[in-house]
Design a protein around this ligand. Structure first.
Ligand code: RBF
Length: 161
């Protein structure tokens, strides 16, 4: 990764051996638009493993749609004591105002879960006009938002130390 965001390549991922062995990540994924959200999850998993964590430190759950992501995130924190959550969804704008209501509710809800629990929660929810825009964000011209969401929570965990 490169660019003007500037946080890469520093001691952001400098976890000690004990943290490396014990940190747990929660992954909550919406089933709506699953061809897209499955790829977001694949990217999230890839980054977790690339940073030296194991798959048994990754707790995954599905929820029906993006609207359910905040509650899913909360369940992962309360029932599985995860150290961070990556929430993945794909909202594609239709012809009614649903998109606006759901997008607003999900972003506010995920922020509330993070603030009320103190557990970092990444917003890995695509809010796009069509499927092509979604595909651009799962490894196309706009990067990979599942990978980036996982890197964000790793950075948050490292900064908290
Ligand atoms: N969930 C998504 O994750 N992505 C969508 O694009 C999406 N579009 C929806 C459009 C409509 C009209 C409705 C009613 C729901 C949609 N949902 C979508 C599902 C939503 O997140 C939630 O699962 C349901 O509203 C049930 O609470």
């Amino acid at each position: 990764m490169s660019g003007i965001s500037g946080a890469q390549g520093r001691k952001a991922f400098d976890f000690n051996a004990q943290q490396r062995a014990s940190l747990k990540l929660g992954l909550v994924k919406a089933e709506w638009n699953s061809p897209i959200t499955d790829e977001l999850a694949a990217g999230a998993r890839r980054v977790w493993l690339e940073h030296g964590f194991n798959s048994d430190q990754l707790i995954e759950m599905n929820v029906p749609g993006s609207f359910e992501l905040p509650l899913g995130a909360r369940w992962l924190i309360e029932h599985h004591q995860v150290d961070a959550v990556v929430a993945l969804g794909c909202l594609i704008k239709g012809e009614t105002p649903h998109f606006e209501y759901i997008s607003q509710a999900v972003s506010t809800g995920l922020m509330q879960v993070g603030l009320s629990t103190g557990v970092p929660v990444a917003f890995g929810v695509l809010t796009v006009l069509n499927e092509a825009q979604a595909r651009d964000r799962i490894g196309g011209s706009q990067g990979h938002k599942g990978e980036e969401a996982t890197e964000t929570v790793l950075r948050m965990l490292a900064y908290r130390q």
